[in-house]
Design a binder for this molecule. Sequence first.
Ligand code: A2P
Length: 316
Amino acid sequence: MKTLRYNNDNEMDAIGLGTWKSEPGAVKKAVKHALKIGYRHIDCAAVYGNEKEVGDALKEVFDEGNISRHEVWITSKLWNTNHKEADVKPALEQTLKDLQLDYIDLYLIHWPVAFKPGLEGFPSSDDDFLSLEEVPIKETWEAMVKLKNQSLIKHIGVSNFSKKKLEDLMSKTDVIPEMNQIELHPYLHQEDLVDFCHKQGINLTAFSPLGSQDRTEEMKADDEPSLLENEVVTAIAKKHDASPAQVLIKFHLERNVATIPKSTNEERIQENLDSQKIDLDEEDMKDLKSIDNHYRYVNGKFFETSDGKYSNVYDE
Ligand code: A2P
């Protein structure tokens, strides 16, 4: 399996199992199956609402004794309600409790957006947001650094950060984020951001590699193009006797980017892991570049406020 390397030489498998929108009742079985067939990287987040079930799966697998905790890479994410210094550690502690772990391999600030502490669900009015003047990102980051120094987290990073937001954060700290988890796929290459991160030594993970079929209604755009059915993708799949999903996953590995396809279906969990076996050539990558249309499945519009606080969350 291809891995991404961190500064302390820790390595993370480049294909992980995504758990966003993994149905309750199905995610436990999916995680257990994934670990059984060779996945060693599970991507979680408090807001996915299923960390307890993921934790049950991890406990059962570790208790069986064939796979130990240190062989598996677990990522989780700090939700937007917990950006204030006092809320960061309790949020991590809840995640550790739910996942039944005593440390997390990688903890990310989920969005560069702050909600009011205690808010349930998504904001329904401007008052549900806190501005970045009220909770500076430096405050959240420094609280994350402390948790790393306490060895509750091995690595820290961010998610959904633009180049501008990374530069801003990096100008305020000596501790560079080790990861930026962002939406990437052949419709959204984000070449500048990818190059910037790689030059700065920031690893990248691509979410929604298959186009996130199961995103919420609000996140769907009317003109939704389907990556899995795109002609260029299906032609490359045919050429390599692979599935379109496998092309979409391998695309990231060729770019030195990790990816976390979500599935709760055992065959597709296996199919996604087997993506590593196909070899995309330069021409395939060039063809995949040609279909970049800057399309986002997660368009960030759900952070729009009437005062424009977060109306351009991706800075583009
Ligand atoms: P399922 O869980 O039933 O397999 P993304 O990771 O981009 O968010 O995409 C996840 C969506 O893609 C889910 O709806 C998932 O459904 C589906 N999916 C996962 N793996 C595959 C695959 N190999 N082929 C087709 N669809 C897939």
